[in-house]
Structure formats: structure tokens, C-alpha cells
Write a protein of this length. Sequence first.
Length: 406
Amino acid sequence: MTEKTFQFKKYQFNPKTGVALFDYASGEHRLREKLVLPAVKNKLSKNQWAALDSALFNLFLMAGISYYKAYCPRVIDLGKYKLNKEQATFWDKVYTKGLGEFFYQNKLDFRGLVNFPYDKNHKVKAIKIKARNESLVPIGGGKDSIVVAERLKARGKKISLFNLTNQQKTNQIIIDTAQVSGEKLIAVRRQIAPELIALNQKKGVYNGHIPFSAYLAFLTLAVAIINEDKEIALGNEKSANYGNVKYRGTIINHQWSKSLEFEKMFQAYARKFITPSIRYYSELRKFNELQIAGMFVHYPQYFYKFSSCNKNFRFTAKAQSKWCGECAKCVFVWTMLSAHLQKKQLLDIFNKNLYADRKLKPLFQELLGQKNIKPFECVGTPAEMKRALKLAKENFGEEINKLNII
């Protein structure tokens, strides 16, 4: 791989249109990402403008990870921008740990690879701002964010829902779940640099997983400042701390940017370098996936609207149904819900009995920790799978016995 320099060129934001542009360069390649954020209709205070600019600068740094990974150069050039040493250490860790799965899949040695430059004399001060007592809740169409929204509503909190899309229009599953909730949906559109999509087709260019939830952390912070929200409430659970595989002395975790480690890092960074006035936290952190599924089943109004199958949210191909019934995510969510729902209800949701499909046995075994590694998906632990299967035997005993997985 030819050594290259990755450059952060500039970021800009038009408050009237809500359009943010992030410009990068990787060697000779120029890359521009476009985001359409909420327009700033009301006049923000001087402090709110300063906090928003800081949030956008850091989002610019975070978004760069999608383009940095094309070549993973050892030289990172911030151009006219500066970081202090503590900030640079934060970004070294976010890029290194956040790209863990990417490094593993591409067989790259990441040790000491990422080094953000810093100016030891650079000073950065967080900005206090006024915010309303409202919560911004990111929703992805799955059960976790639905549970968060309903729990906050039950406590009398005012909420707004947030979603990011790469498509021209917001996914219908997101629209449907938002409509069922009865809450306002703030939709932000992201246009990944077309040059990157073209680059990814070339030989010698790396591609793979990025820490998407870390990107959302910085994006929702910017949106919360514009929306004058007081907190960002997530649906990241205890199980997100559980990794997939050990690689070059480090545990690789597909869900690292949903983990408690990242949450604490982000909280500290935002409080010290952006604003201490907006709380970022996970409402479901102390619960495991099985417990969250138990909460979700109390909201049957969402049963035929939600989906956790990633095929519904792909950049290109359209899914034919809400649940493909063939992927690790479908198998996991089916198993969690089978511990709490009657057979007819579950079959009505999935339109398929996943326990009766013998071709899915290898996926069940991976999720149970019986073979290979835990799938690189947002799924829970083998212990949760085992517990769920034992509970599901009451309704699906015959099918589970035939699968011969417990």
C-alpha cells in the first residue's frame, strides 16, 4: 500500500439551509461529505453558536474516519485546525478502537498506526448554553430505541425523535415507528462523498465497518444544540460491552461505540471541550437484551411496524420484507422475543418460524458461542441466548429440540 497523507481540509455550515460540508483529501483524492441538518430558524445566542461550531468541528473529525480508512495512512494532517494533547489522545483511541473490526477483517496491524497531531499550547474551553428540558432520542426502527422513547414518555418527559439516513427519503420503518409514538421526528440526511464510493471499487483500497454510533454521538450533539435539547437518550444496553474476538492483543467489539467505555469517553470529552450543558447517556445501560425484549413486548402497537433486520437499512438494495429471517440479527431478535411472546404472535411478526429452519443452525451456534466467533452484528451474549432458549421451550420446545442446539 502506497503511503499517503490524510488531510482534514475544511468544514462549513449554512444555518439557513442546515447544510454542512466536510472536505478531506487522501493523497490526490478530494472527498466531500454533505449533511443536511435542521435549519437554524431561531436566532441562537452567542454561546449557542460557539457550542454549535465546536460540535460541528468535532463531527468533522469524526466523519473523517469513513475516508481515512480507504488507505489508513500514518500521517494525519489537520491543516489550519488544532487539537491539544488530550484531544489528540481521545481521537487516537476513537479511530483505533472504533475501527477494530475493520482492522481485523482487513488483517491490518493497527498498533501505533493512528496518531493525531497536537499543539501542546492549544487551549480549548467548553461553552455553557441554555437548553430546554427535552430529550432527543435517536431511533433506528428497532426495539431498543422504542423502549427508550416509551420509558421517557411514561416519566412525563418531552421528547423529539432523531434519525439519520443515507437515502433520499427517510426509511418507512422509521416513519412508521415515529408515527406510532406520536412524537416529532427530526430527520438528517447524510450524503457520503461519491468519490469514496468510487474509490471502494478499486484494488488496494480498504473498506469495512466504522463506529457508526460514535458518528451519531457527535451528530446528535450538534442537533441537540440547534434544537435546544437538554439531553440525548440512547438505547445502548449492557450487552454492548461484550466483544467478538481477540486480535493482536485487543478485544475487537463490533459494538464498541455503543459500549460503556465509549459512552464515558464521549461524556468526558463533550463536557470538557464542547459543552457541559447537554447530557448524553444510555437509558438502557443497566439492562441486558433479554430484559429489554421483556419491556418491548408491553408495546404491541409497534409489533408490525418495527424491524431490526439490517437489510431494511442498506445503502443500495431494498429489502423485500421487514425481516429476512436469514441473518444473525433476525435470529437473535427472534430468540429474545420468543422468550416473551406466544408462538402465534411471533409468527405473525416474522412470517416464519426461525426455529424450524435447519439452515439457521450455524447462526444459532455462533450466537450461543458454540462455533466460530460472535457475529459482527449488534447482538447480545451467548448467556442471553441460552437463557432465552430455555424460556422459549415452553412454546417452541419441539422445534428447539430438533435443532439440537441446547
